[in-house]
Design a protein around this ligand. Sequence first.
Ligand code: HEM
Length: 416
Amino acid sequence: MAIGRQQLAFIKELYGVRLKLGWHGYLRRDPSALLHLEPGRQDPYPLYEQVRARGRVSTTPLGNLITVDHEVCNQVLRSRDFVAAEDNNDDHQLSLLDMNPPDHTRLRRLVAPDFTAKRVTRFTPQIEQVLAQLIKKVPRDRPFDLVSEVAAPLPIAVITELLGIPDANAEEFAHHGQEFGSALGGIQSLSHARRLAATRKRLAEIFTEVFELRRREPSDDVIGRIVAEDSPVRPDELVPLCTLLLIAGFETTVNLIGNTVLALLSNPDQWQLLTDDPDLADKAIEEGLRYDSPVQRTGRLATTDTELAGRPVKAGEWILTAIGGANRDPRVFTEPDRFDIGRDNADDHLSFSGGIHYCLGAALARLEAGIALRTIATEFPDLQLAGDRRRRPGSLIRGMQYFPVQAPKLRQTVIV
Ligand code: HEM
């Protein structure tokens, strides 16, 4: 099959970036390049400290800016002088995430009411019920994978219910989510690009069926409103918007549960505090968000000449806001590398970003993860790490793909 000009340009761009990152990362040990490579996937935190030592804002080998400074990150994310996408970008595959006002405002206004803290509490009974079912199925005499058995199926069940996707196949969605999530940090190879295209196509098919159903049988839920006759959503915006809501709805929450349980089991005194008082679960989740954020970075484009921490920034420059590094800023968090569920200001983290792109699902994620952690601590007080874990691909979304744990003394009763 002949390669077209567009494909060739894509291949050159893809491998050009990978080569540059490899050169500057592995050969020149540049920490901002290593963040995108295997060392960044395994443990980005020492790299953030090397970036911090270079100043509050520094330049990456690819010619962009980077900051791990909490105040600067916060300023960039909230400032009108920075946007999430170039204005001539009409692709919007990531929907809200790569849209600017006024289009961003038009879509966000439509979906936001379904995600307020008040609205999402209606899912509490369902979350408890799904967890009870999942925990009943967990093997009692051998290690089990916390990710595939508990942390992943829960948010998939909740977001597919919220979006009204009938007969959702959790395993299939988990697979699509991984493909999509790993691509957020950049396409790794041509086969990766092909797998992503297949995932996109399959999700588009699933959503097109749901849209048809909702047009036949109108409903007052998110998708019902998105496809209603008077909906402000344009036809080409429908699938990307729903794909974002779906994938963001579980790809991050699964990692929040996994990362927080890992931090707790790696710090037995903190796990003990939680099992003694499972009502500390919400505080533990907040510290989990700070300590090991499921989303490690995002970026913004300067729309005007400005300055950050005394450094001039030119219109058209990109700045990488390293949320994971900002969450360990010693100017904001005392002993930032310590996991401490009693920390007073843990919720000053930037894990849900800030400004107009502040995570739409923050309340839902907190609700799900809080209930999950409370239930795990109550049902498995003797939970232990049980063997080698595997991290998920990519370094932008941080979490475990395979996380074996064991609960030697299981309680006999399961909450319903
Ligand atoms: C632990 C869980 C979660 C984390 C850490 C997280 C993190 C984030 C971050 C960092 C952003 C902003 C990215 C940027 O500024 O460029 C974001 C945006 C978003 N999140 Fe979440 N998220 C989580 C859960 C959820 C859930 C459960 C949903 C439910 C649908 C969701 C939906 C969204 C949407 C739609 C956006 C785009 C908002 C916009 O651009 O206006 N997220 N999230």
